[in-house]
Design a protein around this ligand. Sequence first.
Ligand code: FAD
Length: 487
Amino acid sequence: MINKTENEKIFCEYLVIGSGAGGSVACKFLVDKGKDVLLIEEGEHYEINQFNKSISKSFLYAWRNGGMTPVISKSNFGFGEGKCLGGGTYINGGLMWRTPEIVLDNWNHKLKTNIFSMNKMSKYFEDIENTIGFTSLDNNFKENSESKKILEIGKKNNIKVVRVPRSINSSENENELTLGLAGKTKNSILQKFIYPSKIKGLKIMTKCRAQKLISENEQIKYVEVIKDNTVKYIYPNKIILACGATQTPMMIKKSFGNNFFKSELNVHLNLRIGAKFNENMQTDSGLMFSQQIQEYLNDGVLIMPTSFNKNNFFSSLVKLNNKELMKIEKNIQNYSSFIIQLASSNAILLNNFKDNIILSYNLSHNDIVKLRRYFYIFCNALFDVGAEEIYLPFKKKYKINKEINLKIFLEKNLLANNLEMISVHGMSSSQMGQKKEKNIIFDMNGKSFDFKNLFCLDSSILPTSTIESPQATIMALALKILNDNFN
Ligand SMILES: Cc1cc2nc3c(=O)[nH]c(=O)nc-3n(C[C@H](O)[C@H](O)[C@H](O)COP(=O)(O)OP(=O)(O)OC[C@H]3O[C@@H](n4cnc5c(N)ncnc54)[C@H](O)[C@@H]3O)c2cc1C
């Protein structure tokens, strides 16, 4: 039961809503400038190593909707995001990619500007990387066997493979980052942004959900929030929305109506491929996902290893019967897994239905053709480096060996209604733009066209998909905007 107490009023200079990649950069920047900042976060605060090696437990507590938000589509499709102090950065893999040049060029072209050149952005990336304790993985790091396979594929086929930039705090070859939980190995946003800001005066209210922004005279006058089943009213001078790619547009729709703007979410699709090799893979020895095939980046496609772990691997094989699973378990040391990641050409539609979010998606024909091409290339490459069997992210006909006619098999079976995929990268759902248009409500400084004291600094304002993992882009862009406008 929610209590409404009229006199629960809180005043602050800056209110930051959401503590993920965008929100945490905003908090640190503003507190470092001596501002009075209140951060509210819907999720709870968990210790850095609270879910070490227990992804299923973290689903229940630190992820929105108990792990995956279902996406209505012909494929089996789930969208994952964080809901805790640190947001997605708490549960993510700590990959810290700078925005690819091709993406920045696209932003400049789309927005008819030149402010997003790497030349101009690099100082913000450097700043973020220095603060978070980024490492480009020098030669002392020993990659695990899946990453070595990627290297071997690169050499054999003469294709571009690059070392993955990670936010790591240990020189050991530890693999504590099963599915990217904040662990011994990852430098967490909590350690580097939120805790230091708290020491400097940042006020934090967790388990506090912003419900609605209430406006008056082209300003947001106050924000209605729920904390401990009680409605409170926060009166800030300025508001920074950083609720993430699904919740920021939801907040806007709930506050100003569904017709205020139509929102769509750009996503990267992850399709997982399991492979059985004719050798002991020892995937837990050495650093995981340290190499990536970047040859096809311009086509929106990246191929990389995942963080192999038995339970995690089995979770992608739920369609197998017990006999098959036991057979795999017997030789589990010979298995490993990889991901084909595609920047989808279609967006997820975001619908606000009676204050519940409903996601729907249609895989385009062009993307199906693209996936067939890259599954063909990569599966052949895996067979070539010793894979005996491959498990595809298909509902039916998921197991293949090298005897198969792969081209014909993929034509017949790589279909939207036979795919299993997830996405953990959502963005561009409230894109910035040059001028107010039907779906553009923030300018190129993340400032609302409609409300003088409202800003947005999270993944939703990105002009397009980043192709690579988005965390560093979100953080660097937030820092740029803060630096240009909040000094
Ligand atoms: C499993 C996983 C692995 C990933 N791995 C990587 C990786 O290795 N590298 C990379 O670059 N990216 C990775 N990402 C993506 C990256 O973490 C996100 O893109 C990034 O965190 C998004 O930042 P954000 O600020 O937009 O929002 P988020 O990080 O999603 O944070 C938003 C926060 O706002 C809170 N919130 C929402 N609504 C409200 C409300 N109404 N009131 C109060 N609080 C609210 C949420 O609870 C959440 O904590 C991964 C994501 C996931 C889920």
